[in-house]
Design a protein around this ligand. Structure first.
Ligand code: PRT
Ligand code: MG
Length: 221
Protein backbone atom coordinates (compact mmCIF):
# COMPACT_ATOMS: atom_id res chain seq x y z
CA UNK A 1 0.00 0.00 0.00
CA UNK A 2 1.23 3.50 -0.87
CA UNK A 3 -0.12 6.30 1.36
CA UNK A 4 -0.06 9.88 0.07
CA UNK A 5 -0.61 12.76 2.55
CA UNK A 6 -2.42 15.81 1.15
CA UNK A 7 -4.17 18.85 2.59
CA UNK A 8 -7.61 19.93 1.40
CA UNK A 9 -7.96 23.05 -0.69
CA UNK A 10 -5.46 24.44 -3.16
CA UNK A 11 -2.84 21.69 -2.87
CA UNK A 12 -5.46 18.93 -3.24
CA UNK A 13 -7.01 20.70 -6.24
CA UNK A 14 -3.72 21.42 -7.97
CA UNK A 15 -2.21 17.95 -7.45
CA UNK A 16 -5.17 16.21 -9.16
CA UNK A 17 -3.82 16.66 -12.73
CA UNK A 18 -0.41 15.33 -11.62
CA UNK A 19 -2.05 12.32 -9.98
CA UNK A 20 -4.04 11.75 -13.16
CA UNK A 21 -0.80 11.69 -15.14
CA UNK A 22 0.33 8.85 -12.85
CA UNK A 23 -2.94 7.04 -13.58
CA UNK A 24 -4.32 7.79 -10.10
CA UNK A 25 -7.84 9.14 -9.54
CA UNK A 26 -9.15 9.89 -6.05
CA UNK A 27 -12.59 8.29 -5.71
CA UNK A 28 -14.11 10.82 -3.29
CA UNK A 29 -14.44 14.59 -3.09
CA UNK A 30 -12.84 15.73 0.21
CA UNK A 31 -15.11 18.79 0.29
CA UNK A 32 -18.20 16.54 0.34
CA UNK A 33 -17.01 13.54 2.32
CA UNK A 34 -16.02 13.52 5.99
CA UNK A 35 -13.62 10.67 5.45
CA UNK A 36 -9.95 11.25 6.21
CA UNK A 37 -8.73 8.26 4.21
CA UNK A 38 -9.72 8.37 0.56
CA UNK A 39 -9.50 5.41 -1.79
CA UNK A 40 -8.21 5.79 -5.33
CA UNK A 41 -8.83 3.83 -8.52
CA UNK A 42 -5.58 1.99 -7.73
CA UNK A 43 -6.26 -0.55 -4.97
CA UNK A 44 -2.73 -0.13 -3.59
CA UNK A 45 -2.75 3.71 -3.42
CA UNK A 46 -4.66 5.75 -0.83
CA UNK A 47 -4.77 9.41 0.18
CA UNK A 48 -4.84 10.67 3.78
CA UNK A 49 -6.13 14.18 4.45
CA UNK A 50 -4.13 16.16 7.02
CA UNK A 51 -3.50 19.81 7.88
CA UNK A 52 -0.97 21.36 5.49
CA UNK A 53 1.51 21.87 8.33
CA UNK A 54 1.15 18.21 9.41
CA UNK A 55 2.18 16.78 6.00
CA UNK A 56 5.96 16.71 6.74
CA UNK A 57 5.30 15.13 10.15
CA UNK A 58 3.19 12.31 8.65
CA UNK A 59 5.84 11.59 6.03
CA UNK A 60 8.77 11.84 8.45
CA UNK A 61 7.30 9.30 10.87
CA UNK A 62 6.01 6.99 8.13
CA UNK A 63 2.29 7.71 8.66
CA UNK A 64 2.43 8.40 4.94
CA UNK A 65 5.01 7.29 2.35
CA UNK A 66 4.88 10.57 0.48
CA UNK A 67 3.13 13.91 0.65
CA UNK A 68 2.81 17.31 -0.93
CA UNK A 69 3.35 20.60 0.90
CA UNK A 70 4.56 24.14 0.41
CA UNK A 71 8.22 25.10 0.72
CA UNK A 72 7.05 27.46 3.51
CA UNK A 73 5.79 24.47 5.50
CA UNK A 74 8.97 22.48 4.81
CA UNK A 75 11.30 25.26 5.93
CA UNK A 76 9.36 25.72 9.17
CA UNK A 77 9.28 21.93 9.78
CA UNK A 78 12.99 21.46 9.08
CA UNK A 79 13.89 24.42 11.30
CA UNK A 80 12.62 22.33 14.23
CA UNK A 81 14.81 19.41 13.14
CA UNK A 82 18.05 21.18 12.34
CA UNK A 83 17.75 20.74 8.58
CA UNK A 84 16.23 18.51 5.92
CA UNK A 85 18.80 15.73 6.36
CA UNK A 86 18.02 15.31 10.04
CA UNK A 87 14.28 15.25 9.44
CA UNK A 88 14.84 12.27 7.10
CA UNK A 89 12.69 13.73 4.36
CA UNK A 90 13.64 13.25 0.72
CA UNK A 91 12.56 16.06 -1.61
CA UNK A 92 12.81 14.75 -5.15
CA UNK A 93 10.62 17.31 -6.92
CA UNK A 94 9.48 20.90 -6.97
CA UNK A 95 5.95 20.37 -8.32
CA UNK A 96 5.57 24.08 -9.18
CA UNK A 97 1.95 24.11 -7.95
CA UNK A 98 0.19 26.25 -5.29
CA UNK A 99 2.63 29.04 -6.02
CA UNK A 100 2.87 32.21 -3.99
CA UNK A 101 5.53 34.26 -2.18
CA UNK A 102 6.46 35.04 1.41
CA UNK A 103 6.47 38.79 1.99
CA UNK A 104 6.71 41.44 4.66
CA UNK A 105 3.62 43.64 4.89
CA UNK A 106 2.78 46.66 7.03
CA UNK A 107 -0.09 49.12 7.46
CA UNK A 108 -0.14 51.58 4.59
CA UNK A 109 0.51 54.42 7.07
CA UNK A 110 3.58 52.75 8.64
CA UNK A 111 6.94 54.01 7.30
CA UNK A 112 8.80 50.70 7.15
CA UNK A 113 11.89 52.05 5.34
CA UNK A 114 12.24 54.78 7.95
CA UNK A 115 11.90 52.33 10.84
CA UNK A 116 14.55 50.05 9.30
CA UNK A 117 16.94 52.97 8.61
CA UNK A 118 16.49 54.19 12.20
CA UNK A 119 17.46 50.74 13.50
CA UNK A 120 14.14 50.48 15.29
CA UNK A 121 13.20 47.19 16.91
CA UNK A 122 10.29 45.78 14.90
CA UNK A 123 7.46 43.69 16.26
CA UNK A 124 6.79 41.05 13.61
CA UNK A 125 3.84 38.66 13.70
CA UNK A 126 3.93 35.47 11.66
CA UNK A 127 3.11 31.81 11.37
CA UNK A 128 6.46 31.52 9.53
CA UNK A 129 8.78 32.43 12.39
CA UNK A 130 11.83 30.55 11.07
CA UNK A 131 11.65 32.24 7.66
CA UNK A 132 10.98 35.65 9.25
CA UNK A 133 13.74 35.35 11.86
CA UNK A 134 16.27 34.31 9.25
CA UNK A 135 15.28 37.09 6.87
CA UNK A 136 15.52 39.89 9.44
CA UNK A 137 18.74 38.47 10.94
CA UNK A 138 20.38 38.56 7.50
CA UNK A 139 19.11 42.11 7.02
CA UNK A 140 20.49 43.10 10.44
CA UNK A 141 17.10 44.21 11.76
CA UNK A 142 16.21 43.44 15.36
CA UNK A 143 12.80 41.87 15.74
CA UNK A 144 10.48 40.65 18.42
CA UNK A 145 8.74 37.66 16.85
CA UNK A 146 5.12 37.05 17.71
CA UNK A 147 3.93 33.58 16.70
CA UNK A 148 0.43 33.44 15.21
CA UNK A 149 -1.44 30.53 13.68
CA UNK A 150 -3.74 32.44 11.32
CA UNK A 151 -5.27 35.78 10.26
CA UNK A 152 -1.87 37.49 10.33
CA UNK A 153 -3.40 40.50 8.55
CA UNK A 154 -5.16 41.46 11.75
CA UNK A 155 -1.95 41.96 13.74
CA UNK A 156 -0.87 45.36 12.34
CA UNK A 157 -4.48 46.61 12.35
CA UNK A 158 -4.91 45.97 16.06
CA UNK A 159 -1.48 47.22 17.14
CA UNK A 160 -0.26 43.72 17.96
CA UNK A 161 2.64 44.07 15.50
CA UNK A 162 4.37 46.58 13.24
CA UNK A 163 4.75 44.11 10.42
CA UNK A 164 3.68 40.64 9.33
CA UNK A 165 5.42 37.94 7.33
CA UNK A 166 2.80 36.04 5.34
CA UNK A 167 2.05 34.28 2.09
CA UNK A 168 0.84 36.51 -0.72
CA UNK A 169 -0.59 35.34 -3.99
CA UNK A 170 -2.84 37.90 -5.71
CA UNK A 171 -2.31 40.56 -3.02
CA UNK A 172 -6.08 40.98 -2.62
CA UNK A 173 -6.11 39.98 1.06
CA UNK A 174 -3.47 42.61 1.91
CA UNK A 175 -5.30 45.27 -0.10
CA UNK A 176 -8.65 44.48 1.54
CA UNK A 177 -7.00 45.07 4.94
CA UNK A 178 -5.13 48.28 3.99
CA UNK A 179 -1.76 46.57 4.18
CA UNK A 180 1.11 47.00 1.72
CA UNK A 181 3.81 44.55 0.70
CA UNK A 182 7.20 46.12 1.50
CA UNK A 183 9.58 43.19 0.89
CA UNK A 184 9.44 39.90 -0.97
CA UNK A 185 11.34 37.28 1.00
CA UNK A 186 11.07 34.25 -1.28
CA UNK A 187 9.02 32.48 -3.92
CA UNK A 188 7.07 29.44 -2.76
CA UNK A 189 5.73 26.37 -4.50
CA UNK A 190 4.74 22.91 -3.35
CA UNK A 191 7.19 20.02 -3.24
CA UNK A 192 6.88 16.26 -3.21
CA UNK A 193 8.23 14.88 0.09
CA UNK A 194 9.09 11.21 0.46
CA UNK A 195 9.94 9.06 3.47
CA UNK A 196 13.50 7.82 2.89
CA UNK A 197 12.91 4.37 4.39
CA UNK A 198 9.74 3.92 2.29
CA UNK A 199 11.71 4.84 -0.82
CA UNK A 200 13.96 1.84 -0.18
CA UNK A 201 11.21 -0.61 0.79
CA UNK A 202 8.68 0.39 -1.88
CA UNK A 203 11.09 1.62 -4.51
CA UNK A 204 9.29 0.52 -7.70
CA UNK A 205 5.79 1.91 -6.98
CA UNK A 206 7.14 5.14 -5.47
CA UNK A 207 9.56 5.68 -8.37
CA UNK A 208 6.70 5.18 -10.82
CA UNK A 209 4.72 7.99 -9.16
CA UNK A 210 7.76 10.30 -8.86
CA UNK A 211 8.63 9.81 -12.54
CA UNK A 212 5.04 10.41 -13.70
CA UNK A 213 4.87 13.63 -11.63
CA UNK A 214 8.26 14.77 -12.99
CA UNK A 215 6.99 14.39 -16.56
CA UNK A 216 3.79 16.34 -15.84
CA UNK A 217 5.10 19.34 -13.84
CA UNK A 218 3.86 22.65 -15.26
CA UNK A 219 6.62 24.36 -17.31
CA UNK A 220 8.59 27.34 -15.99
CA UNK A 221 7.30 30.56 -17.48
O1 PRT B 1 -5.32 26.53 6.44
P1 PRT B 1 -4.48 25.70 7.39
O2 PRT B 1 -4.10 26.41 8.63
O3 PRT B 1 -4.97 24.30 7.58
O4 PRT B 1 -3.07 25.46 6.68
P2 PRT B 1 -2.46 26.30 5.53
O5 PRT B 1 -2.96 27.70 5.50
O6 PRT B 1 -0.97 26.09 5.61
O7 PRT B 1 -3.05 25.49 4.29
P3 PRT B 1 -3.57 26.03 2.91
O8 PRT B 1 -4.26 24.86 2.26
O9 PRT B 1 -4.31 27.30 3.08
O10 PRT B 1 -2.23 26.34 2.13
C1 PRT B 1 -1.38 25.29 1.77
C2 PRT B 1 -0.20 25.85 1.01
O11 PRT B 1 -0.63 26.53 -0.17
C3 PRT B 1 0.64 26.87 1.75
O12 PRT B 1 1.51 26.26 2.66
C4 PRT B 1 1.37 27.55 0.57
O13 PRT B 1 2.54 26.83 0.24
C5 PRT B 1 0.35 27.43 -0.58
N1 PRT B 1 -0.32 28.71 -0.93
C6 PRT B 1 -0.30 29.27 -2.16
C7 PRT B 1 -0.99 29.53 -0.12
C8 PRT B 1 -1.39 30.64 -0.89
N2 PRT B 1 -0.97 30.44 -2.16
C9 PRT B 1 -2.15 31.72 -0.27
N3 PRT B 1 -2.49 32.69 -0.94
N4 PRT B 1 -1.33 29.45 1.20
C10 PRT B 1 -2.04 30.45 1.75
N5 PRT B 1 -2.46 31.57 1.09
C11 PRT B 1 -3.23 32.57 1.88
C12 PRT B 1 -2.33 33.58 2.59
O14 PRT B 1 -1.88 33.08 3.83
C13 PRT B 1 -3.21 34.80 2.76
O15 PRT B 1 -4.06 34.69 3.89
O16 PRT B 1 -4.08 33.35 1.07
C14 PRT B 1 -4.07 34.71 1.51
C15 PRT B 1 -3.42 35.61 0.49
O17 PRT B 1 -3.92 35.35 -0.78
P4 PRT B 1 -4.09 36.57 -1.82
O18 PRT B 1 -4.40 35.90 -3.12
O19 PRT B 1 -5.21 37.41 -1.33
O20 PRT B 1 -2.78 37.32 -1.89
MG1 MG C 1 -4.94 28.35 4.99
Amino acid sequence: MITLALSKGRIFDEIMPLLASAGIAVLEDPEKSRKLILATNQPDVRVVLVRASDVPTYVQYGGADMGVCGKDTLIEHNAEWGGAARSGLFLPLDLRIARCRVSVAVRSDFDYEHAVRQGARLRVASKYTAIARDFFATKGVHVDMIKLYGSMELAPLTGLADAIVDLVSTGNTLKANHLVEVERIMDISSHLVVNQAALKLKQAPLRRIIDAFAAAIPPAE
